[in-house]
Design a protein around this ligand. Structure first.
Ligand code: DAH
Length: 340
C-alpha cells in the first residue's frame, strides 16, 4: 500500500499534466490578443497564475519526489511559454490591442498608499510630555487667547513693565491678548488646585517678532511647575539636567546662568551647547517661584516653595536634529519633513 504522502505526490504530477494540456489548449484557442493575455495571466501569471501554484506545490512534496517534480515543472513552464509566444505571433503584433498593451493586468489592483507621519514638532512635543511624565509631571492646558491678569499681573509683571509694551505683544483688547508665554498656565493651575503640584504645559505662544532663522511670531514653549513643601533650586537643576540628558543626550552640555524674571527669584537662564560646539543657545528660563506669585493665587509662601521653567520647543527640536533655520519647521516642505 502506498503512503498518503506518495499518493499526494502522484497527484501533484497529475496536476502538472493537467496544467500543461489545459494551458496549451487555451493558447491554441485564443483568437485575439485579449484572449492570449487572459490565458497568459491564468496560466503563466507570476502573482496568481496556475504555474505559480504549481511552483509552490514543490515545497509540500516529499524530498525524494522534488527533483523529478522540478524537472517536469520546468518543462511544462517552458512549453506554456512557447505556446504563448506562438499564439502571439499567430495573432500578429502588427495590430496590437492598445488596451492590453498599456494595462498590465498582472499588476496588483490596489497600490499601497503613501502614508505620512507626525510633524517633527509634534514628535518633539510627544516626547517631551513622555519624558516629563516619567519624572512625575502631568499635563496641564491653558487658552491661547489669554487675559492680561494671567499673562502679566499674577506673574508679578506690573502695568508699567516693559514686557507689556503693545509693540511686543498681540493685544486683542485692553484686557485680552494672544498669550506671550506659557507661564500663564502656572497661574491657571494654581488657582484651581492646592499643592503638591507637578505639571507641564506645552503650546503656542505669540510675539510680534520679525521672522528670521531663529525667530517667529508664533512658537511653542513647554512650561513646568513644581510646588510642594521643601522644593529647592537643587530639585530644579536635577530635573532640568535629567531632562536634557534624556532628550538631547548625555553628550550635550547645558549650563545655568543667573538671570531675572519677575515671577521667579532667584532666576536662571538655561543654555545648551549648540551643534557645532562653538556657541551656547538659550533653551529657556527657570527659577524658584516668586512669593508674590504664590500670594496672587492664595498660596502661603511661608509654607510652600516651588520651581518653574519655560523652554523653547522649537529650539530643543532644532538642537536634537541639528536644524539651523526655524522656518523649516513651518514651511511643510515634504523634502524636509520626510527626514524625520
Ligand atoms: N516665560 C519666560 C519667557 O517666555 C520663560 C520662563 C522663565 C518661564 C522663567 C518660567 C520661568 O517658568 O520660571 O521668556
Amino acid at each position: 500500500m502506498s503512503s498518503p504522502e506518495a499518493v499526494d505526490d502522484a497527484r501533484a504530477f497529475a496536476e502538472l499534466d493537467a496544467l500543461l494540456s489545459e494551458g496549451l489548449g487555451a493558447f491554441a484557442e485564443a483568437r485575439d490578443s485579449a484572449a492570449v493575455e487572459a490565458a497568459r495571466v491564468e496560466f503563466l501569471g507570476m502573482k496568481q497564475g496556475r504555474i505559480k501554484h504549481a511552483q509552490e506545490r514543490l515545497k509540500t512534496l516529499e524530498p525524494s519526489a522534488r527533483r523529478g517534480y522540478g524537472q517536469k515543472f520546468n518543462s511544462v513552464k517552458k512549453s506554456l511559454e512557447e505556446a504563448c509566444e506562438e499564439a502571439r505571433n499567430r495573432i500578429g503584433r502588427s495590430k496590437p490591442d492598445r488596451a492590453v498593451r498599456s494595462v498590465d493586468l498582472t499588476l496588483p489592483g490596489n497600490r499601497e498608499r503613501r502614508l505620512g507621519h507626525t510633524h517633527p514638532l509634534t514628535q518633539t512635543a510627544d516626547e517631551l510630555i513622555d519624558l516629563f511624565g516619567r519624572l512625575g509631571f502631568e499635563v496641564a492646558r491653558g487658552p491661547e487667547v489669554e487675559d492680561v491678569r494671567h499673562n502679566f499681573e499674577a506673574l508679578n509683571i506690573p502695568p508699567a513693565h516693559p514686557a507689556r509694551d503693545p509693540r511686543d505683544n498681540f493685544y486683542l483688547s485692553e484686557s485680552s491678548m494672544l498669550r506671550s508665554q506659557t507661564s500663564t498656565v502656572q497661574i491657571r493651575v494654581m488657582e484651581k488646585r492646592k499643592p503638591p503640584i507637578r505639571v507641564v504645559a506645552i503650546g503656542r505662544v505669540y510675539r510680534p517678532d520679525v521672522v528670521d532663522a531663529t525667530h517667529s511670531f508664533m512658537f511653542h514653549q513647554i512650561e513646568g511647575l513644581m510646588v510642594d513643601k521643601g522644593v529647592t533650586m537643587a530639585d530644579l537643576k536635577t530635573v532640568l539636567r535629567l531632562f536634557a540628558a534624556s532628550y538631547l543626550g548625555t553628550d550635550v552640555q547645558i549650563r545655568f546662568r543667573p538671570s531675572f524674571f519677575p515671577f521667579t527669584e532667584p532666576s536662571v537662564e538655561v543654555d545648551m551647547l549648540w551643534h557645532g560646539g562653538d556657541r551656547w543657545v538659550e533653551m529657556g528660563g527657570a527659577g524658584m517661584v516668586d512669593p508674590n506669585v504664590f500670594e496672587a493665587v492664595g498660596y502661603d509662601p511661608e509654607v510652600y516653595t516651588g520651581f518653574a521653567f519655560g523652554l523653547g520647543v522649537e529650539r530643543l527640536c532644532m538642537r536634537r536634529h541639528a536644524i539651523d533655520d526655524i522656518r523649516l519647521l513651518y514651511q511643510n516642505d515634504v523634502r524636509f519633513l520626510e527626514q524625520f
